[in-house]
Design a protein around this ligand. Structure first.
Ligand code: CP
Length: 312
């Protein structure tokens, strides 16, 4: 692939190849002193039009730990504020010959659009409600390392599915890898027609968490709710917030995941989130660096193998 825009375009064997490489990068991703030269001579530009802590920091660290020249644009201070469009901004940066463009944008389809306009490889770091492929890949790596496999698991994805690109990318990935995916949410937070993705739907945590190997919690994404239904936090926590009592319906060795940022006491109990016997939330963050190293390594191999096509 020339770009990494979504899980939808990846075959199961490509997912396994990327995860195998990411697994090998885990120890290197922890090495803050010795820098690899895998991306040496390449320029990576990060363009985040939406707030980020984990994704932006891990893409920056991944690039630096592989020897790339990394520039993270401060989009709030860019000429976007003077009315320059997304496309013109991307074309401007493209004229400076970057090799990798990492993009986060509030509009679904923004990364795909940019990929059609620029010469370099584009990585989607989250576009609207559409996809967040590196998040699903780091979640998959965490699950595979904890459970020893990434197939025939029961994964409950709970909360605000309707506004979540993380849920969408995870549903696509977990379905491709032949897992049982159960979505647990109030009807108002489920997109219509979601059953077509090969998932089961539950509106109740007791039923939804039954025999789950993995429980993945999602934040209420108020920034994408367009003034529509916003549940009261108290009522939401009572019915859908994960605590030890609700988790007891899952398997005894079920792991608790959350892509972050989390809202303690809204979708998850703070003590449970910090319980290292159940929660793998910090491990997910750590795997993020390794997965992003692997993704950029594979795209760079493609850049080096076919420079004429990329530069055309
Ligand atoms: N999970 C995730 O994308 O977090 P950030 O918004 O902090 O990057």
């Amino acid at each position: 692939h020339r770009h990494l825009l979504g899980i939808a375009a990846l075959r199961p064997d490509e997912i396994v190849t990327l995860l195998d490489l990411a697994d090998r990068y885990v120890s290197q991703s922890r090495d803050t002193r010795g820098h690899a030269q895998t991306l040496s001579g390449l320029t990576q530009i990060n363009m985040f039009f939406e707030n980020s802590t984990r994704t932006q920091a891990s893409f920056e660290l991944a690039g630096k730990r592989m020897g790339a020249d990394v520039m993270s644009m401060a989009m709030q201070a860019s000429s976007i504020k003077k009315g320059e469009t997304l496309i013109d901004t991307a074309l401007t940066l493209n004229a400076m010959h970057p090799d990798l463009l990492v993009v986060r944008h509030p509009h679904s389809g923004a990364a795909d659009l940019l990929a059609q306009k620029v010469n370099c490889a584009v990585i989607n770091a989250g576009d609207g409600r559409h996809e967040h492929p590196t998040q699903a890949l780091l979640d998959a790596l965490t699950i595979r390392r904890r459970k020893g496999r990434l197939h025939r698991l029961t994964v409950a994805i709970c909360g605000d599915i309707a506004h979540s690109r993380v849920a969408r990318s995870n549903i696509l990935l977990l379905h491709k890898m032949e897992n049982r995916v159960r979505l647990v949410a109030p009807p108002t937070l489920l997109p219509s027609g979601i059953e077509e993705f090969g998932v089961e739907v539950c509106h109740d945590m007791t039923e939804g968490l039954k025999d789950a190997d993995v429980v993945m919690m999602l934040r209420l994404q108020r920034e994408r709710m367009d003034g529509g239904f916003i549940p009261s936090e108290r009522e939401y926590y009572h019915r859908y917030g994960l605590d030890a009592e609700k988790l007891a319906h899952a398997k005894d060795d079920a792991i608790v995941m959350h892509p972050g940022p989390m809202n303690r006491g809204v979708e998850i109990d703070g003590t449970l989130a910090d319980d290292i016997n159940r929660s793998v939330i910090q491990e997910q963050v750590e795997m993020g660096v390794a997965v992003r190293m692997a993704a950029m390594d594979l795209l760079a191999r493609n850049l080096r193998a076919r420079p004429s096509e990329i530069m055309a």
